[in-house]
Design a protein around this ligand. Structure first.
Ligand SMILES: *Cc1c(COP(=O)(O)O)cnc(C)c1O
Length: 414
């Protein structure tokens, strides 16, 4: 950082000072979550024995079953399905939707348009082969209110006897709306149950795990899902996804991952088991590192004159930091600056490019050890107004500071 121009060096120091008081709260959440994890590991007697690999069908895979048990406990759920067999978060989320919904059922999103990759799964607004729409499952959505809250009246009006499942997305995704807190998710689930007691409340929990001291399953959600190369893999899990929630619902989703009759009973753990346990153990700390980076970025870029969402001192429920840079050139410069400070592929120069499922070109920075991992320091965004980059991750706060400062310098020179 010594080679920074004087003004940026001074602003970096000021941002570090401003951010520091926020860190105590983040550390306290990390301690709470670590205590919950240690307690579960102790109670379930996790041992070295559980880290062994299995082969073939994976019958009686003690490590796999133990990981499911501790995960369920930590997430306040009856059952969990934690598998490297899920290729991504989208795959885990899709397993829930295809596992629970039947032809003629309706899916209702109560947090507006879902994350881009979920739109392909649903088959809305565009048709996509193999989607829920192909199976005769209809879809509606109720946008959030202007304050970023679930629209209670709108949901009450939209819900009907056909509404089998309500989708609640915790994180902001590629939008500037705030994430929903665990408490807000709990209120939304209670409201849905008042409108339609049998309706399943399903939370897309991506980017939210361990940001607060409890998870949506402990607050009234029936089932949740997410990615292991985001928060709960702690930067260590090499691939995978998870589902947690009511036992009967998780088992139906497992029948979609494997096959009816097989469900959660089969599936060999090839070589990843220790990494999934260890990643879970590290996750609260890693998430706190990423959040400290986000808080620092919010402070620094506000001092540089940009709108940052959330602001450095606002409550958080996901790890995403949006920064409105205002031009495509600045977005590209930001990503190139961040990439130059990555531990992997630092020599690569990000270029905006078209992406399947996105209507605008997307620019991305992510020099990560695990391909595409976004608990590692990374940024991306579609090149369209308001020209915001979405920054997330950071395995160490030190790296986050260096990368974010590098990005700020590149933006200043652009
Ligand atoms: C990341 C993410 C997903 C799933 O994305 P994958 O890249 O398939 O893991 C779904 N929803 C939200 C809100 C996400 O952030």
């Amino acid at each position: 950082m010594n080679d920074l121009p004087d003004n940026l060096k001074a602003l970096t120091r000021a941002a570090l000072d401003e951010a520091a008081p926020v860190f105590a709260g983040l550390d306290a959440v990390a301690r709470d979550n670590t205590a919950r994890i240690l307690d579960a590991f102790r109670r379930h007697q996790v041992g070295d024995f559980h880290f062994r690999a299995t082969t073939g069908y994976g019958y009686g895979d003690a490590g796999r079953d133990k990981l499911d048990e501790v995960w369920a406990d930590i997430f306040g759920a009856e059952k969990a399905l934690v598998r490297a067999h899920f290729v991504s978060g989208t795959h885990a989320l899709a397993a829930v939707l295809f596992g629970l919904l039947r032809p003629g059922d309706e899916l209702l999103s109560v947090t507006g348009a879902p994350y881009d990759t979920m739109q392909t799964v649903i088959g809305h607004p565009q048709a996509s082969p193999g989607s829920l729409a192909d199976y005769g499952i209809t879809y509606r959505e109720v946008p959030l209110t202007d304050d970023g809250e679930v629209d209670g009246a709108g949901v009450a009006a939209a819900i009907s006897a056909k509404t089998k499942l309500v989708l609640i997305q915790r994180s902001r995704g590629y939008s500037l709306r705030p994430p929903l807190s665990v408490a807000a998710i709990g209120r939304a689930c209670a409201h849905v149950k008042r409108c339609q007691p049998d309706c399943v409340c399903f939370v897309d929990n991506c980017y939210g795990e361990f940001v607060e001291s409890s998870e949506p399953t402990a607050a009234g959600a029936d089932i949740i899902a997410g990615s292991l190369i985001k928060n709960p893999g702690g930067g260590i899990a090499p691939a995978g996804g998870y589902i947690a929630g009511r036992a009967d619902l998780v088992e139906l989703a497992a029948c979609r991952l494997t096959a009816p009759g097989i469900g959660s009973e089969l599936g060999a753990t090839l070589a990843d088991n220790r990494l999934l346990f260890q990643g879970l153990f590290l996750a609260p700390h890693t998430v706190a590192q990423a959040l400290k980076g986000a808080v620092f970025a919010a402070s620094l870029f506000a001092k540089l004159g940009y709108n940052t969402l959330p602001s450095y001192d606002a409550p958080r429920s996901d790890i995403i930091q949006a920064i409105e840079l205002g031009s495509a050139d600045k977005m590209v410069a930001f990503c190139r600056g961040l990439q130059r400070w990555s531990p992997v592929d630092a020599h690569v120069v990000p270029e905006p490019s078209a992406m399947p499922g996105y209507s605008d070109a997307v620019v991305m920075a992510g020099g990560t050890f695990v391909q595409g991992s976004s608990i590692e320091l990374s940024a991306d965004g579609p090149l369209r107004p308001p020209f915001a980059v979405y920054l997330q991750g950071g395995l160490t706060f030190e790296h986050a500071v260096l990368g974010i400062t590098g990005a700020a310098r590149a933006v200043g020179n652009s």
